[in-house]
Design a protein. Structure first.
Length: 228
């Protein structure tokens, strides 16, 4: 059921810009009576913990100068409710107050920690290092940060991540900001469909095994009653 939930979420977000797929880390569960047995009918796969696949998604040209895609590791930093949030979804816009914001209205942070201000409607040019230029003037540099252990990031909905309390952000290195593009989801519909079939078959197999075990118990009880 855990696998089905994760696969369903991946498939639902296969077209969401910057989405990072959830995966499973499996271990084996052995029944107490199977102690010392490496594998066998009493040993079953167990989802020990889910993890997020942060691999690069393909870039999709949009022609919108405020759409930004990251190549390499790193995240855009935004001012979310309750503190900074981090995302790979660079579908930005200019708010009524003249700030560069996300689709949800969260201000995009610059390297100085302040929002990127765009006071006019003039065209915007954004360089590979995230420097924003408007009317020939530098409006700021978009902060791109990374984490020593991305496994400490938890999903917050709408493609945002929040780090664990002991995980701090640091300026990213070896990245490139590409203007007029968005990063596609790294969850594939085709892969999701194949894995969905595999999980469903395993689910059916375990159902049959449970039904067989129940039938064997019933027969055992009947035999004991007959002998008595």
């Amino acid at each position: 059921m855990e696998s089905l939930d994760m696969l369903a979420n991946n498939i639902a977000n296969a077209s969401t810009s910057g989405y990072k797929a959830d995966r499973e880390f499996y271990s084996l569960y052995a029944a107490p009576e199977a102690a010392g047995v490496i594998s066998g009918p009493d040993t079953l796969p167990l989802v020990e913990r889910p993890w997020t696949d942060f691999s690069q998604g393909e870039l999709r040209p949009t022609g919108n100068p405020l759409d930004l895609a990251l190549v390499g590791k790193g995240f855009f930093s935004v001012d979310g409710r309750g503190g900074p949030l981090y995302t790979r979804d660079g579908s930005f816009r200019v708010s009524a107050g003249g700030q560069l914001v996300t689709a949800e209205g969260y201000a995009v942070r610059g390297v100085d920690g302040n929002p990127i201000e765009l006071p006019s409607s003039a065209p915007v040019e954004i360089s590979p290092d995230g420097t924003v230029v408007q009317d020939g003037q530098t409006a700021g540099q978009i902060a791109v940060v990374d984490f020593a252990d991305p496994a400490g990031l938890s999903k917050q909905g709408h493609n945002y991540f929040r780090p664990a309390a002991d995980l701090s952000a640091a300026p990213a290195s070896a990245y490139e900001v590409q203007q007029g593009k968005l990063e596609n989801s790294n969850a594939s519909n085709a892969e999701g469909a194949i894995r969905l079939v595999s999980v469903m078959r395993q689910f059916e197999m375990l159902q049959k095994a449970a039904a067989l075990g129940g039938e064997m118990n019933r027969k055992a009880v009947e035999e004991v009653a007959r002998v008595s």
